[in-house]
Design a protein around this ligand. Structure first.
Ligand code: NAD
Ligand code: 6OD
Length: 487
């Protein structure tokens, strides 16, 4: 693939031939694959002004049905250019083509379809109100867009997570300025071409590239023309963004980090549980916020479970994304690998037993500069260890035995995070009981990452603020205005 040049997308035009650029490297072999424009204060300001102008123009007057039609057209546009999106996403992330083909790109299109459907069916709240003259009044609430919404995205599921926020924002009539991760600038940029091709009015969808602090991310979140900020990323970054949002103040919706528990009861379908936990721990090279880095297994099946999970991990062949035999891609970057490897070392210092992995796999010379890492399983660590408490965001998990239901509920909830949990059991009463006691935004029973886009999605505790999905997204992307008519 030749070196790509990526500009910002502002007011439906690609711009960015200025002096500030940065290099995007392939996680697979370390080659520079793109030169990306870096937005300064001026470009961010131009994007926010374009978005504001769009709200004051044709877009601000478009009825909900027409907005929904445009969203459906965007979904169709993504599907028409499916292979371009696939190639761009795989080049930026190094993830197996099979994964991006079945998850990332279809969900990019599905997000637009889902929110087009949702927004068409939104009802209004209305009250008949008594008045002293006996004539009464009618109170009803309309929903207006929040205005200019900043969308700040991470690198692990770039198109999926960007569209998860852009689609409801546009469905509700907002205009957006997207800041993709510096690691994955391509698919948000390509989406600009689709937006333009389907006739989205100028300035409704804008993209600025760059980093966080002292760069596009910070400039965008501090911009006084931004009315609301929706962010997916690390909890620590959320804290910094919340401080920026305090000036205004502006509303925030945060989907943050996790340290999710998987609970395996002895009565479960063992093959399904092993398969499910293996996916939850190792899919996307462990770079999924909903992934499972803490596994608790009922003691009678502990040894058999660990052995079966080890076989799964060892069966994941690292390799080129396009190779059908590839079971696991690289991490997003060598920098992220340094972080994950620091936890691999910490596990040893903290006294872990390494069941499998623990380092860097041998790769052929042409892939030696990639961010490869071995899927890793540990046992034997105390719950107080950093490896068990902190989000690693790599293909790894710690497995610990438990003896009683109350004990495992306490262990699973003993974390500052509260994003997701997965429970494996055939006992329906226990499934309901334990699921209701999980301090997490989403709990799966005998499943993982099974999504219905109408359900409320978000995290408890340090894993987020607010819920998005279906009509729940309306609470963030619109503002209700009450109208009282005296009859
Ligand atoms: P990150 O927080 O480092 O970066 C996310 C985005 O924020 C990037 O675009 C980055 O440039 C930008 N950014 C960084 N500092 C900023 C600042 N001060 N102001 C404005 N923008 C700033 O996260 P990441 O490493 O890209 O992604 C991994 C993290 O995301 C993990 O913690 C993971 O759990 C989390 N995540 C959460 C969810 C969820 O739904 N809860 C989904 C995916 C990822
Ligand atoms: O499925 C989704 O809507 C979603 N937000 C998934 C998040 C995955 C985290 O990596």
């Amino acid at each position: 693939m030749s070196l790509r040049t990526l500009g910002h997308f502002i007011d439906n035009r690609f711009v960015g031939d200025g002096p500030r650029t940065f290099e995007k490297r392939s996680p697979v072999d370390g080659r520079v694959i793109a030169r990306v424009a870096e937005a300064g204060v001026e470009e961010v300001d131009a994007a926010v002004r374009a978005a504001r102008a769009a709200l004051q123009g044709e877009w601000g007057r478009l009825d909900v049905g027409k907005r929904a039609d445009l969203l459906n057209a965007v979904a169709d546009g993504i599907n028409r250019r499916f292979d371009d999106f696939l190639e761009a996403e795989v080049a930026d992330t190094g993830k197996p083509v099979s994964l991006a083909r079945h998850l990332d790109i279809p969900r990019g299109a599905a997000n637009f379809k889902a929110f087009a459907d949702t927004v068409k069916g939104v009802a209004m709240e209305a009250f008949q109100t008594a008045t002293p003259d006996g004539q009464g009044a009618l109170n009803y609430a309309i929903r207006a867009p929040k205005g200019v919404v900043a969308v700040i995205c991470p690198w692990n599921l770039p198109l999926l997570l960007t569209t998860w926020k852009v689609a409801p924002a546009l469905a509700c009539g907002n205009a957006v300025v997207v800041k993709p991760s510096e690691e994955t600038p391509s698919t948000a940029t390509l989406l600009g071409e689709v937006m333009d091709s389907v006739g989205l009015p100028k300035g409704v969808y804008n993209v600025v590239h760059g980093f966080g602090p002292g760069s596009a991310g910070e400039y965008l979140t501090r911009h006084p023309g931004v009315n609301a900020i929706t962010f997916t990323g690390e909890t620590r970054t959320g804290t910094a963004i919340m401080k920026a949002a305090a000036d205004g103040p502006r509303a925030v919706s945060f989907e943050l980090g996790g340290k999710n528990a998987g609970i395996v009861f002895a009565d479960c379908d063992m093959d399904a549980a092993v398969e499910g936990i293996a996916r939850a721990a190792f899919a996307n090279c462990g770079q999924v916020c909903l992934g499972t880095e803490r596994v608790y297994v009922e003691r009678p099946v502990f040894a058999a479970f660990v052995e079966a999970l080890k076989r799964k991990a060892e069966g994941l062949r690292p390799g080129r994304p396009e190779d059908a035999q590839t079971g696991i891609g690289p991490l997003i970057s060598r920098e992220h690998r340094d972080k994950v490897l620091s936890y691999y070392r910490k596990a040893v210092e903290e006294g872990a037993t390494i069941v499998t992995g623990g380092g860097v796999p041998d790769m052929p010379a042409e892939l030696a500069d990639g961010a490869w890492i071995a899927p890793t399983i540990w046992t034997g660590l105390p719950e107080t260890s950093a490896v068990v408490r902190e989000e690693i965001f790599g293909p790894c998990c710690h497995v610990r035995p438990f003896d009683a239901e109350d004990e495992v509920v306490r262990l699973a909830n003993d974390t500052p995070y509260g994003l997701a949990a997965t429970i494996w059991t055939r006992d329906l009463a226990r499934a309901h009981r334990v699921a209701a006691r999980m301090e997490a935004g989403i709990v799966w029973v005998n499943a993982w990452f099974l999504r219905d886009l109408r359900t409320p999605f978000g995290g408890s505790k340090a894993s987020g603020i607010g819920r998005e999905g279906g009509v729940h997204s309306l609470e963030f992307y619109t503002e209700q205005r009450n109208i009282c008519i005296k009859l």
